[in-house]
Design a protein around this ligand. Structure first.
Ligand code: NAD
Ligand code: DAU
Length: 339
């Protein structure tokens, strides 16, 4: 079996590459990644020499690159993680999100049609459902919740989802889609809430919480996301959408306070800054379908996962210091300088 993992030098894609290599030592894993600011080959250094793993630098939206790869490697399964993934960046530059997240998905699926494939799996997000109100804790996103995107990022992911389902109906392409809640864990790029707060707290820098910090996210340890995708690509029904989430809802303020407590740092580091435009209030996944149909359940409770994550950042300082000392500094100034 040959699996093509796009975006495998990013946070979740790299965790997935390692998960698959460990669980299926006889599978060939090809990673196609453009190495944007979010792609990091250091993350893959421990698998680079594995004879069953191959890294290729390239853009999923470039037809020539993608067709050549399919011609040479003939993947059986494609798992598409490659994306521009940060909401704040999508507010600054929507176009790039449309090019990678929509056109890139279309190019990959056209290659699947041309060369043949057992499965195309699209890694999507709960953000395609929009948000839920804070005063209705009884409401959850199911697979039937209407698409209602808020940001250019989520609109681009929703568009890609529609395209994936259209390719299934029109061309009978064997597709599946997963829509997961917020991930956290090792190798998370320090622009996202949890790694940003851990790395800044370690440097005793102010922690920028948007608005009042009351927005709610449904946190899932990244390994649990990997195990869910593993089940879907092997046992999931073609043409189906699966929500992935573990009922770990927390306000942003709670998350930041938990990190500070774990690191024994003062809450005075918390700084409230201007809110994100169009900021979604609450995400909450109903994972009943994947549990009932595929037997998936998350293994890691938030309290345990956050400790594992903080420990990982403490033990792998050079990984994130290389990022923080580079291009990320000027990005931080641009995003937060005037807040
Ligand atoms: P990430 O930003 O950490 O990684 C994205 C990777 O894609 C990087 O390695 C980058 O170099 C690569 N990439 C970007 N544009 C590319 C292109 N045009 N061609 C090839 N490679 C390209 O993202 P992540 O957080 O690991 O998210 C991975 C996927 O999971 C995304 O599709 C995202 O929408 C989805 N998702 C993320 C979360 C989350 O909480 N992080 C939750 C649900 C779904
Ligand atoms: O729900 C899944 C989505 O989760 C994925 O599709 C996205 O790719 C991923 O980036 C993530 O989106 P969010 O916008 O929820 O993640 P982020 O880490 O950017 O923000 C989490 C919450 O924290 C959100 O309410 C905004 C807030 N926040 C974020 C940053 C970066 C802050 O208060 N301060 C910050 O500096």
């Amino acid at each position: 079996m040959t699996i093509l993992v796009t975006g495998g030098a990013g946070f979740i894609g790299a965790n997935f590459v390692k998960y698959i290599i460990k669980k299926y030592p006889n599978y060939k894993v090809i990673c196609l990644d453009a190495l944007t600011y979010a792609g990091n080959l250091e993350t893959l250094s421990d698998v680079m020499d594995n004879p069953m793993f191959k890294f290729m630098k390239g853009n999923i939206a470039c037809q020539e690159t993608v067709y050549q790869l399919f011609e040479n490697e003939k993947p059986d399964i494609v798992v598409n993680f490659a994306a521009e993934s940060h909401v704040d960046r999508s507010i600054e530059n929507p176009r790039l999100f449309l090019e990678t997240n929509i056109i890139g998905t279309q190019v990959l699926m056209d290659a699947c049609r041309k060369y043949g494939i057992k499965r195309f799996h699209q890694v999507s997000t709960d953000e395609v459902y929009g948000d839920l109100p804070l005063d209705r804790p009884d409401l959850f996103f199911t697979e039937d919740t209407p698409i209602h995107a808020s940001s250019p990022y989520s609109a681009s992911k929703a568009s890609a989802d529609l395209l994936v389902l259209a390719y299934h109906r029109t061309y009978n392409l064997p597709v599946t889609i997963s829509r997961c809640s917020n991930n956290y864990g090792p190798y998370h790029f320090p622009e996202k809430l949890i790694p940003l707060m851990i790395t800044r707290a370690l440097a005793d820098q102010p922690l920028p919480v948007y608005g009042k910090g009351e927005n709610v996210r449904d946190w899932l340890y990244v390994e649990d996301h990997c195990s869910a995708i593993d089940l879907i690509i092997h046992n999931g029904c073609v043409g189906e959408v699966y929500n992935i989430g573990g009922h770990n809802e927390r306000t942003n303020l709670d998350v930041v306070k938990t990190i500070l407590k774990t690191l024994d740092k003062p809450e005075s580091l918390i700084t409230f800054v201007t809110d994100r435009p169009g900021h979604d209030m609450r995400y909450a996944i109903d994972p009943t379908k994947i549990h009932k149909e595929l037997g998936w359940l998350p293994k890691t409770k938030f309290e345990e996962g956050i400790k594992l994550t903080v420990t990982w950042y403490l033990q792998n300082r050079s990984w994130w210091e290389h990022i923080v000392n580079g291009e990320y500094q000027s990005y931080y100034e641009k995003m937060y300088g005037n807040r």
